[in-house]
Design a protein around this ligand. Structure first.
Ligand code: NI
Length: 361
């Protein structure tokens, strides 16, 4: 029986394309996924590649030059931890992540005659990460590394890094353990507190909203582990102080001071003028553990759905602006949630008049 073909996600460089020489070569021995991306938009390119990673689950990622910088950033944000081949990577040159996260198998290849990206950049990057999992191969070539294609060596390198992925030191992010009992307790507490309240503009019980927020933080904790219990409790209780009669003392008694501090930061201060409330809350969230920021990201991800019909264009645009402010203020709390919120903000453009211009049919 022939072994299944390796699935390779190829991230091309500035001058490359999903149909370039390297992608076409790789499509011989491997199943190649080469998502299209706009190389003038780094954040958008990250999103496009992250989406493909989640949907297609490749065995190996190959990043070339600019694409190498994208791959390094995906690793740094915890969006990819599998075997990665970096060809003349441009991460340091583009001012992106300057290190490889521990536990990730990475093979770097760089040409000694590269006059676009100095080989010292790959030497510096290769000095990071887990030593048993990171290798640098220096070859007699220039930036394009065309000899790898001409000699067929590129496929050997892909297989080498795939094998590195089976090394005992290679480890997927450890999923954070969390307590189902705490989830149950906090959900019941929130259900009692919110009573008959509905999700605005719908007939759904309000607790559906907080359960969705908790679901988002749990999904994020799987790829980028944090204290999931703290995040769950804050997610399920995040609107109790703002929208119900619940007393802070009851949260403190049932869930402890850390959860209370998180819920407080997520609560707008009604003593302040309305336009200042979000910025004030975001500033307080930023001083809390990152789990609290993750809840704020998850809250807005959950809320960025089709707006109620009676919302004016100005209100929709303001809501999107506010989402951008949230992303800017607390995006660092959780890379997977930040990427997901960025995608939701983009999609919300369809409900805003000045959304991205569609090419006319
Ligand atoms: Ni909420």
């Amino acid at each position: 029986m022939t072994p299944p073909r390796l699935r390779v996600q190829f991230i091309h460089g500035l001058e490359g394309s999903p149909q370039g020489a390297k992608a076409r070569f790789l499509a011989g021995p491997f199943d190649v996924i080469a998502p299209a991306m706009d190389t003038s938009d780094f954040a958008g390119a990250i999103e496009a590649q992250a989406r493909a990673l989640a949907e297609r689950q490749p065995d190996v990622v190959v990043g070339s030059s600019f694409g190498g910088a994208i791959a390094v950033e995906l690793i740094d944000r915890g969006l990819w931890r599998g075997p990665t081949l970096l060809l003349a990577q441009a991460a340091l040159k583009l001012g992106q992540a300057r290190r490889i996260a521990p536990g990730v198998p990475v093979l770097l290849v760089h040409g000694l005659r590269d006059d676009v990206v100095p080989i010292e950049d790959s030497r510096a990057l290769a000095a990071t990460g887990t030593p048993s999992l990171v290798r640098l191969v220096e070859v007699d070539d220039d930036h394009r590394l065309q000899t790898l294609v001409d000699s067929g060596r590129l496929s050997d390198l892909v297989r080498t890094v795939a094998a590195l992925g089976r090394h005992e030191d290679a480890r997927p992010a450890a999923a954070a353990p969390w307590s189902q009992d705490l989830y149950q307790r906090a959900l019941a507490f929130a259900a009692r507190a919110h009573g008959d309240q509905k999700v605005p503009g719908s007939t759904m019980p309000y607790v559906v909203h907080v359960a969705l927020v908790a679901m988002e933080v749990l999904a994020a904790a799987r790829v980028d582990p944090f204290d999931a219990d703290l995040a769950i409790a804050c997610a399920l209780l995040h609107d109790t102080l703002e929208d119900t009669q619940v007393e802070a003392a009851a949260i403190d008694r049932e869930f402890g001071p850390r959860v209370l501090a998180g819920v407080r930061a997520l609560t707008k201060d009604e003593a302040r003028p309305k336009p200042q409330r979000m910025a004030d809350s975001l500033a307080r969230i930023a001083r809390e553990p990152r789990e609290v920021g993750a809840v704020k990201l998850a809250d807005r991800i959950t809320n960025l759905q089709e707006p109620p019909r009676d919302w004016t264009p100005a209100k929709r645009a303001a809501y999107r602006e506010e989402a951008r402010a949230i992303l800017a203020a607390v995006g660092g709390a959780s890379a997977p949630l930040a990427a997901r919120l960025a995608a939701k903000i983009e999609a919300y453009g369809a409900f805003v008049d000045d959304g991205p211009l569609e090419p006319s049919p």
